[in-house]
Ligand binder design. Structure first.
Ligand SMILES: Cc1ncc(COP(=O)(O)O)c(C=O)c1O
Length: 369
């Protein structure tokens, strides 16, 4: 029998079905008291004063940048290697993303290149805890402090990840996504975390059309609200997040211990961090393993894989049209990484038998030709 092991499989439990059905039966579907409860619980989990639920992670990034006053002509330094939403949120402000290269071992923003790319117009750093691996928080915070920059953390792939024992999303303004492939899901959904009362109240205002009182709209806002159906699922998922993360970590450790293919670099958590493996991303030496052939071999054996991400953001057609170029951006590590990475299944729905199968298929790969 041919197996089917997808790259992601959301964990939807009977409890998720029960709690969302209860909201549906109540007929109170839009944002209400359950969203407020989810916000309180999420803030408590991350260890911040406040959390604001939003309709998705992109809205959280947009709201975060607006809340710290990023505007026309500002520069925001961000990683060249992420999902496009990280940089697009900067464009939404008519601000300019300045792309920073990444570190070869963690795929996260490189503090040395960040230092080199700060200008007088730089107002903020938008760092991404990519694949569940926290970036170098202490160094990035120091750079922000020395240059009077605000810190936005894109935690879309890092729910529960820790840096020196503290959860990400508690160092700057945190932005989470609850898309189905994430470590916890509400279908679509997002959350902004902050210790700043001003940031939280501003985001609550713009999330609801700038409405300060019933039909009194004081600023330009949006409909960025989460529904209570999503929030009910969020509360249930949050209760399981630590155990789902523990399974991801165990699966990654198993793969690290057993994968034995020449030319494959497996992901190791950086010192002082808890990596939560939203993705398990290997780097393939191009002279040893042909990525396309390897991915086709996995697919033929029923194993899903994906390329996160096939190019640095500045090489996307949209960014080329905006005048970005390879030469000006100068992120050689991001470019090489985009050509060599492959994500393999690590999600918590994998059985021990499936994990063993993934290892035996990979270790049996024949190499180039
Ligand atoms: C790194 C990163 N940032 C931002 C987002 C945007 O989140 P959403 O899809 O919930 O808008 C995602 C998710 O896809 C992501 O992976």
């Amino acid at each position: 029998m041919v197996r089917k092991i997808p790259i992601a499989r959301p964990m939807v439990s009977k409890q998720d079905v029960r709690v969302t059905s209860a909201v549906l039966r109540s007929r109170m579907l839009a944002q209400g008291s359950i969203t407020a409860e989810f916000e309180r619980k999420f803030a408590g989990y991350i260890g911040v004063n406040d959390a604001v639920a939003l309709c998705n992670g992109t809205a959280a990034l947009d709201a975060a940048l607006k809340s710290v006053g990023i505007t026309d002509g500002d520069e925001v330094a961000t990683t060249a290697f992420s999902f496009i939403a990280s940089a697009n949120a900067i464009l939404y402000q008519r601000a300019r993303p300045v792309f920073v290269d990444i570190k070869r071992d963690t795929f996260d923003i490189d503090p040395d290149d960040l230092r080199a790319k700060i200008s007088k117009r730089t107002k903020a750093v938008l760092g991404v805890h990519l694949f569940g691996q926290p970036f170098d928080v202490a160094e990035i915070q120091e750079i922000c402090h020395d240059n009077h920059l605000l810190l936005i953390e894109d935690c879309a792939q890092a729910h529960g990840a820790e840096y020196e024992g503290k959860k990400v999303g508690g160092f700057g303004v945190g932005c989470f996504s609850f898309y189905p492939t994430k470590n916890m899901t509400t279908g679509e959904g997002g959350m902004l975390t902050t210790d700043g009362a001003d940031v939280a109240s501003f985001v609550r205002l713009i999330r609801d059309h700038g409405q300060s009182d019933k039909y009194c709209h004081t600023i330009l806002g949006y409909n960025y609200r989460m529904t209570d159906v999503e929030a009910a699922m969020g509360i249930a998922q949050l209760g399981k997040l630590d155990s789902m993360n523990a399974t991801r970590i165990r699966n990654a450790q198993y793969l690290n211990r057993h994968l034995d293919l020449e030319g494959m670099q497996v992901p190791r958590p950086a010192r002082g961090t808890m990596h939560v493996y939203n993705q398990y991303v290997v780097a393939l030496r191009r002279d040893t393993i042909d990525r396309e052939r390897f991915a086709s071999y996995l697919a033929a054996n029923g194993i899903g894989s994906a390329i996160h991400y096939p190019m640095p953001i500045y090489q996307q057609p949209l960014y080329k049209r905006l005048g970005y170029s390879k030469e000006a951006a100068h992120c050689p590590v991001a470019e090489e990484t985009a050509r060599s990475v492959l994500s393999l299944p690590v999600h918590p729905a994998l059985t021990p038998d499936e994990l063993g199968y993934v290892v035996s298929v990979i270790n049996g790969f024949g190499g180039p030709s």
